[in-house]
Design a protein around this ligand. Structure first.
Ligand SMILES: Nc1nc2c(ncn2[C@@H]2O[C@H](COP(=O)(O)OP(=O)(O)O[C@H]3O[C@H](CO)[C@@H](O)[C@H](O)[C@@H]3O)[C@@H](O)[C@H]2O)c(=O)[nH]1
Ligand SMILES: [Mg+2]
Length: 191
């Protein structure tokens, strides 16, 4: 069913790199009455992420990079351990994640499996992330990765049980990465 909404105002607050808007809208509630909201909405585009896993080694490939938004919110050195991910730009989600995998990790992935899609911060961010998984092996590594332009990405191969431990002890604190690592257990990809 379509939302019963009337957008009254759509004001751009910032459009420097991504776009931050303030929407004023009237919404019809379940009981038929109307309510007016003002909500700030940050549009950073959509993204894709991938779990690179190896069944024989029972391991995953993750990346570590500086994330300013975490640095200003209690992450002391600003470094975050994450699954490979990127913004879609003009690519399809699958094309995007293949490109990001090789740019960020150096692995040229074969078949990729689409897992699910998720809004990651629906209270204020438009972003929908497309989740994938693919097997990697040493022979698929074309270079050491590291990202493009001013990116400075460290690539790590981590035993799966250790990655799960890192969620528990707080060394992994990224939502998409936790979702992918838990999926690997639920789907029996890794043990
Ligand atoms: N100049 C400038 N550059 C920016 C800005 N924000 C991002 N960039 C640059 O834009 C590029 C984005 O790199 P990607 O690999 O495509 O995206 P990502 O930052 O890894 O984002 C992925 O992970 C995010 C965190 O989970 C996701 O939010 C996102 O959808 C995507 O999947 C990086 O080179 C980054 O430095 C900005 O405000 N200014
Ligand atoms: Mg990235």
């Amino acid at each position: 069913m379509a939302a019963k909404i009337n957008i009254i105002k759509n004001k751009i607050l910032s459009d420097n790199w991504f776009v931050l808007r303030n929407y004023t809208y009237e919404l019809e509630k379940a009981d038929g009455s109307k309510v007016q909201h003002k909500r700030e909405v940050y549009d950073r585009g959509n993204g894709a992420t991938i779990l690179l896993y190896n069944r024989a080694k029972n391991s995953v490939v993750l990346i570590r990079q500086f994330r300013m938004a975490t640095y200003v919110n209690n992450n002391q050195d600003g470094m975050l351990l994450e699954a490979c991910a990127g913004l879609l730009d003009d690519d399809s989600p699958e094309d995007c994640i293949r490109k990001e995998a090789v740019e960020e990790t150096g692995y040229v992935v074969g078949e990729v499996e689409k897992l699910f899609e998720a809004y990651m911060s629906p209270g204020g961010v438009t972003e929908l992330i497309h989740f994938f998984a693919a097997e990697y092996d040493d022979a698929q590594r074309s270079h050491t990765g590291g990202g493009v332009e001013d990116e400075d990405i460290e690539v790590l191969e981590i035993p799966y049980p250790q990655a799960l431990e890192m969620i528990r002890d707080g060394r992994i604190k990224d939502g998409k990465t936790i979702m992918l690592l838990q999926h690997a257990r639920l789907a029996g990809l890794l043990v």
